[in-house]
Design a protein around this ligand. Structure first.
Ligand SMILES: Nc1ncnc2c1ncn2[C@@H]1O[C@H](COP(=O)(O)OP(=O)(O)O)[C@@H](O)[C@H]1O
Ligand SMILES: [Mg+2]
Length: 577
C-alpha cells in the first residue's frame, strides 16, 4: 500500500502558518498589507492583550464579493497574481495567497466584507481552520478581519510569546514601518482603549516620517539620488544619534519594508567610515528599482528580497550615503570654541517641532511644516582637505598621539588608527610586486573548527596579501611566508586573531568585501598600539605615509585618524582676530 498521502488542507495551512505567523505582529503585518493592497485610505487596528487575545483590522478598501470572501480563505488563492510572468513584476505587497488561510488555521477568525457596489456584506467565520458559519450581514463597504485567540490550537507557539509589552511594541513597529511607505493612508492602532498610534494621511513621505519620529529627524541629512535605474531617498541621522540596537535602521525596497543585509551593511559601512561613533545609525532608506531587478519571493513572510546585482546595489547605497554624510578625503577639524563655528556639514531640512502624532490632520501637518524655521545650528566638526605636504612631528602626547604641525595647522594623529590605515592599504594594494618574507622554518598552524571555517573562506585573500599558507595534515595548515608589511610580528597570533573575529562581522560582508574585511582585521591586530613610545623616525614615517594614503582620514574601521586645529581657530581663541 502506498505510504505517501496528500496532506489535508488544514494541516498544510498550519504548516505554512509556522513560517508566516510567528507572533501577533506578523498577523497585523499580513492583514494591514492586505488592506493597503485593497486600496484603503483608512486602516484601523485594534488589539487586546497585545494581540494575543484579539487583533481586529478594519479598512475602507475595495472589499470582496461573497464568492471571493470564501475563496480568499483557500490556500494559494489570490487576486494579485495570475501567471508566472506576473511574479517578476509584483507591485502589490501580497502575492502568495497564503496569509488568510494560514492565520485562520491557527485562530478563531472572522471575515466581514462588502464591496461598495453591493447592497449587503458577507461574513465567514472559521475556527482552527474549519468553516463554522457564513452568510450575509450589514456592514459598511470595506473589510473587517477579527482574529481572536491566536495560536489557540498551537499551544507551543502561544507559550513562547513574549511579554505583552514586547508583542505590542512589535505590532506598533510593523504598523509604523508600513505607514512610512503609504503616507496617503490614515493608520491608527489602539490597544484596548489606549491609542498607541494615529497617523492621519499626509502629502509626502517626509511628513509621514516626521509623524513617526520626533527627535532625530529634525537634524537628519537628506539624500535624494539616482544611480542608473536605482532611485534612492534617505533620511540619515547624525552619527551621534546611533544606538546599540538595529531597530532604528529602516530600509524599504519598492514600497516594501524589508530586512536586507546588503542594504544594512552598505549603510553601516558608510557611517563607519564617516564617523567614529559606533552603534547602528538611525536611518530611513528607500530604494526604488525596476521590479525585474529584485526578487521579492524569497521567504513566505515577504520581508526579504534578493537583488539581481547585489554588488551594484551595495556600491550605490554605500557611496550615496557616505558622500551625503561627508565628502571623500576630508578630515574632521577639531572645534575649540562652541560659540564661533562654521555651519555643520549636515544639510538641514525645515524642521517641524511636532509634539505628538495624535490628532493632527494632514493639512495641519503640512502647515506646521511650512511655518517652521530651521532649527538652531548645533556645533559639529567642520571638514577640511589634507594638504600635499605632511606636517612635521613635534612629539608624542601620552604615548598615543603624534603631535605635528605645518604652517597653518596643528595636528593630533592617533598612532594606532593611522598605522592601521597604512598597513591596511599596504595589504589591499599589494600587487604582484608586493614583498613577501619567507619564514626560516615553516610554521604549523592548528585551528579550531570555527577558525577553520573562516580559513577556508579567507585563504585566497590571505594568499593575495602575500601569505604562503597551505593545508597540512588533516585539520591544520602550515605557513611558509608572510607579507613583508607584517613580518617581525607574532605570525601565529596575528593570523589566529584575524580568523577568530569573524562572528562579529555582518554576514553579508563576506560576499561584498571579503578582501577588505580580513585586511582590516590583520591591520588592526598588527598596528602599533596606544600607550606605546615612538621614535621621531617612526613618527615621521607614519605621518609621511599617512599623507600619501588613499583614504587618510579614517582607519579601516571608520574611526578618525587625525584631528586638526586650524590657525584661524587658534588665533580666534587667543583673541587675535
Ligand atoms: N482587506 C482586504 N480587502 C479586500 N480584499 C482582501 C483583503 N484581504 C484579503 N483580500 C483578498 O484575499 C486574497 C487573499 O489574501 P492573502 O491570503 O493575504 O493572500 P495575498 O495577499 O498574497 O493575495 C487577496 O488576494 C485579496 O484578493
Ligand atoms: Mg496578503
Amino acid at each position: 500500500m502506498a505510504k505517501i498521502r496528500l496532506m489535508p488542507d488544514a494541516l498544510a495551512n498550519q504548516i505554512a502558518a509556522g513560517e508566516i505567523v510567528e507572533r501577533p505582529a506578523s498577523v497585523v503585518k499580513e492583514l494591514v498589507e492586505n488592506s493597503i493592497d485593497a486600496g484603503a485610505s483608512s486602516i484601523f487596528v485594534l488589539i487586546e492583550k497585545s494581540g494575543k487575545d484579539r487583533i481586529r483590522v478594519s479598512d475602507d478598501g475595495i472589499g470582496m464579493s461573497p464568492e471571493d470572501a470564501r475563496l480568499a480563505l483557500e490556500r494559494h488563492a489570490t487576486s494579485k497574481l495570475y501567471s508566472a510572468d506576473d511574479l517578476s513584476n509584483i507591485s502589490s505587497l501580497g502575492f502568495r495567497g497564503e496569509a488568510l488561510p494560514s492565520i485562520a488555521s491557527v485562530s478563531h477568525f472572522t471575515l466581514q466584507t462588502r464591496e461598495a457596489s453591493s447592497n449587503a456584506g458577507y461574513e465567514v467565520e472559521i475556527v482552527g481552520g474549519k468553516l463554522v458559519r457564513e452568510g450575509e450581514l450589514g456592514v459598511p463597504p470595506g473589510t473587517i478581519i477579527d482574529v481572536r485567540q491566536l495560536f489557540v490550537n498551537v499551544p507551543a507557539r502561544r507559550k513562547f510569546l513574549r511579554a505583552d509589552v514586547t508583542e505590542a511594541s512589535h505590532i506598533a513597529a510593523q504598523i509604523s514601518n508600513l505607514a512610512v511607505c503609504y503616507p496617503d493612508v490614515h493608520f491608527r492602532l489602539e490597544h484596548g482603549k489606549r491609542k498607541l498610534l494615529d497617523a492621519p494621511s499626509v502629502p509626502s513621505r517626509r511628513e509621514r516620517i516626521y509623524q513617526m519620529e520626533k527627535s532625530w529627524v529634525e537634524s537628519a541629512v537628506v539624500l535624494d539620488d539616482h544611480v542608473g535605474s536605482l532611485a534612492l531617498q534617505a533620511w540619515l541621522a547624525p552619527p551621534a544619534e546611533s544606538r546599540g540596537t538595529s531597530k532604528h535602521l529602516h530600509v524599504y525596497v519598492n514600497g516594501r519594508p524589508v530586512k536586507d543585509r546588503i542594504l544594512t551593511h552598505a549603510v553601516m559601512e558608510a557611517y563607519r567610515q564617516a564617523s567614529s561613533k559606533s552603534g547602528t545609525p538611525r536611518v530611513y532608506l528607500f530604494l526604488e528599482l525596476p521590479p525585474d531587478k529584485v526578487d521579492v519571493n524569497v521567504h513566505p513572510a515577504k520581508s526579504e528580497v534578493r537583488f539581481v546585482d547585489q554588488q551594484l546595489v551595495h556600491k550605490a547605497v554605500f557611496s550615496a550615503v557616505k558622500n551625503t554624510l561627508h565628502g571623500d578625503g576630508r578630515a574632521p577639524e577639531i572645534t575649540i570654541s562652541k560659540s564661533r563655528l562654521s555651519p555643520p556639514p549636515f544639510v538641514r531640512e525645515p524642521t517641524p517641532a511636532l509634539s505628538g502624532i495624535t490628532g493632527m490632520s494632514g493639512t495641519d501637518m503640512a502647515e506646521a511644516l511650512l511655518s517652521q524655521k530651521p532649527a538652531p545650528v548645533e556645533p559639529t566638526p567642520t571638514f577640511t582637505e589634507f594638504a600635499d605636504t605632511p606636517p612635521i612631528p613635534i612629539g608624542q602626547f601620552r604615548e598615543s598621539y603624534i603631535l605635528a604641525a605645518d604652517d597653518d595647522d596643528v595636528w593630533l594623529i592617533d598612532q594606532h588608527a593611522a598605522h592601521e590605515r597604512l598597513l591596511y592599504e599596504d595589504l589591499v594594494d599589494r600587487g604582484d610586486s608586493g614583498e613577501q618574507q619567507l619564514l626560516l622554518t615553516a610554521m604549523p598552524l592548528e585551528l579550531t573548527p570555527s577558525e577553520r571555517v573562516t580559513m577556508e573562506e579567507e585563504l585566497s585573500q590571505l594568499l593575495a596579501f602575500g601569505y604562503d599558507i597551505e593545508p597540512f595534515g588533516g585539520d591544520g595548515y602550515v605557513i611558509r611566508a608572510v607579507p613583508a608589511a607584517l613580518s617581525g610580528l607574532d605570525t601565529l597570533r596575528l593570523v589566529r586573531a584575524a580568523l577568530g573575529e569573524r562572528e562579529r562581522d555582518c554576514r553579508s560582508s563576506s560576499v561584498i568585501e571579503a578582501q577588505s574585511r580580513i585586511a582590516a582585521r590583520l591591520a588592526c591586530h598588527a598596528a602599533i598600539k596606544v600607550n606605546f613610545p615612538l621614535t621621531m623616525e617612526k613618527m615621521q614615517y607614519i605621518v609621511r605615509t599617512l599623507w600619501k594614503a588613499r583614504q587618510p582620514t579614517v582607519c579601516p574601521h571608520g574611526r578618525p585618524t587625525t584631528l586638526r586645529i586650524g590657525l584661524e581657530q587658534i588665533e580666534r581663541n587667543f583673541g587675535r582676530i
